[in-house]
Design a protein around this ligand. Structure first.
Ligand SMILES: [Ca+2]
Length: 121
């Protein structure tokens, strides 16, 4: 009886461990392009919608320190055309224009790792 109980306990412990592994495994999947919510603009550090990413609306005056000058791929899921700028508050060069629903697996050399803000345009 005692040994059966400890078997049950170890099965439960094993199940908890499996759950923890699954949850940990889900964290990197947050970089998956499908995690970009509808009606949002998403930008990723790497090409092909990979790596760290930031989600914003039609206007985002500053992508924040995590993604500043790091954007390489873009998905515009809004109904607006979006313009991407070199500096915060839509300053500096206009680096990219992405049509509603359009995406860029790689923004290209001229805009790569330079974007700091975006807005509908
Ligand atoms: Ca990058």
């Amino acid at each position: 009886m005692k040994s059966k109980k400890s078997t049950v306990a170890s099965v439960i412990a094993g199940a908890c461990l499996t759950t923890a592994v699954v949850l940990t495994g889900a964290t990197p999947a947050s970089a998956d392009y499908r995690d970009c919510p509808g009606n949002s603009v998403c930008v990723w550090d790497n090409s092909n919608y990979d790596g760290a990413f930031v989600v914003g609306g039609v206007n985002l005056a500053n992508v924040g320190s995590t993604m500043n000058d790091r954007t390489t791929s873009i998905w515009n899921r809004t109904g607006s055309q979006i313009c991407f700028y070199q500096h915060s508050n839509y300053g500096g060069e206009l680096l990219a224009i992405v049509a509603p629903g359009d995406s860029r697996p790689n923004v290209g050399d001229a805009a790569n790792d330079r974007i700091s803000s975006w807005r509908g345009c």
